[in-house]
Design a protein around this ligand. Structure first.
Ligand code: TMP
Length: 421
């Protein structure tokens, strides 16, 4: 089901011989005897999106441990779960929330669009929500995604997609399409073979192709203690330092970096070909100079997160002892991490509500907690709902006015556990 990884996928440290990728001159080559260091662990955990019915067998458990590279500060998991298991039938669909629509508008506003219809290639196009958004804005689109069920959904919506994992071979196949923009939203952190991913980009990128990689940022993870974004699908926790090391061996370079608020804090990392006439933006060196994602930052994170897990366990145990009812709101992958880290079962959490049809009437991975429709919140009126979709909190508070007006309270897990209102 999974394999152990001991080589840094950004700089090659741990390969036991010469680095697999050329190092940037500044940092020098990694020591061949140096090893990745374990900086965070949640022990054995189920796969975060393995929502099964009572009749289906779960894929199983795998260690959830973060390893830090002492050479380039890349943070990655100690194992990689077989991608076929994770993605061939994938239940994560991009949220159709208001927050996401506003985010799509923001992305488009960041791009140097010409007045003509532009050509977009989206890597990790999921069910085609962003492709459809681009098409509705008059652009030409093509998507690549490995999940057969989601590609089928995208095709049914009239979108052009190819079902595959992004890499050098697919890059060569789609190169003739010559996109103006390549967009990869929240896919880079899922990728095992970073070198292959970059080779795929190189196969397509022409001197003025703009490559936009949207990725959760390790700095937000560390500062806000967002440990619930650590799960097996996220093989790495992105830092610009690690990306600089990775690109040193390629024909691409960092071009511009913007902060985004989506999913608890992300970056839009723009890459360009080294032959591009556009000079790199000053945001690249500013971000590189301010990044703090070394061993000390991970030590503080580890302490903070285990304290948060203890705090939620105590809160829920106390509430249940006092006869209060507790449910979950949003069966996000983050909910799986929280629930298994806290060892909650149906005794503590009666159910989790979710808007995604694909998740309904299944169980939260690793537990006996059922996923039900969002109407259950106002039907059952529990005392507390733990907001596992905390990244959409403002719109959830707006939407769930009835629950709140009848005395219901949300427990919000980040940055510190708090009860709202
Ligand atoms: P995400 O943070 O990975 O996008 O997952 C959020 C999950 O929460 C997803 O399964 C959809 C669900 N959700 C709700 O159930 N209600 C809501 O109002 C929102 C915004 C999301």
């Amino acid at each position: 089901m999974y394999k152990t990884v001991s080589v840094c996928r950004a700089c090659g440290l741990g390969s036991g011989g010469p680095p697999t990728l050329k190092e940037s001159a500044a940092a020098g080559p990694p020591q061949s005897s140096a090893k990745l260091q374990k900086v965070f662990s949640l022990g054995l955990q189920p796969l975060a999106n393995d929502f099964c019915t009572g009749q289906e067998e779960q894929a199983g458990f795998a260690p959830l441990e973060v390893m830090l590279c002492p050479n380039c500060s890349n943070a990655q998991l100690s194992v990689v779960v077989n991608p076929q298991i994770l993605y061939s039938k994938y239940r994560y669909v991009t949220s159709t929330s208001q927050t996401m629509r506003e985010h799509f508008d923001r992305i488009l506003s960041m791009l140097p669009l010409a007045s003509r219809s532009m050509k977009f290639l989206e890597i990790g196009s999921n069910d085609g929500l962003f492709l459809k958004f681009l098409k509705d804005h008059g652009h030409q689109i093509y998507g690549v995604d490995p999940a057969a069920n989601l590609c089928e959904k995208a095709r049914k919506a009239g979108l052009d997609v190819c079902c595959d994992f992004w890499g050098e071979q697919v890059g060569r196949e789609v190169a003739c399409w010559r996109p103006d923009f390549i967009i990869a939203r929240h896919v880079f952190c899922h990728v095992e073979n970073w070198a292959g991913f970059i080779k795929g980009l190189e196969a397509v990128a022409e001197p003025e192709t703009l490559i936009c990689i949207e990725v959760p940022y390790v700095q937000d993870l560390l500062k806000k203690g967002e440990f619930d974004t650590i799960y097996h699908e996220h093989t790495s926790y992105f830092s610009v330092k690690a990306m600089a090391h990775l690109l040193a061996a390629s024909s691409l370079r960092l071009h511009r970096i913007d902060s985004l608020t989506i999913h608890g804090g992300a970056l839009m990392v723009q890459l360009r070909h080294r032959d591009s006439v556009c000079p790199p933006d000053k945001s690249v060196s500013a971000t590189l100079n301010s990044e703090e994602c070394g061993a000390e930052a991970w030590r503080e994170f580890d302490f903070k997160c285990h304290a948060k897990i203890g705090a939620l366990q105590s809160f829920v145990d106390q509430a249940r002892t006092n006869g209060k009812t507790v449910v979950g709101y949003g069966a996000s992958a983050k909910s799986t991490v929280w629930i298994n880290a806290c060892r909650f079962t149906r005794k503590q959490i009666s159910f989790i509500t979710d808007t995604t049809a694909e998740k309904l009437y299944r169980f939260s991975p690793g537990t006996d907690i059922p996923i039900v429709d969002e109407g259950a919140l106002t039907r059952d009126l529990p005392d507390y709902a733990i907001c596992f979709a905390w990244n959409y909190l403002p719109e959830i508070l707006e939407k769930e006015k009835i629950f709140l007006s009848k005395g219901g309270k949300f427990i919000v897990p980040h940055p510190d556990i708090k009860v709202v209102p």
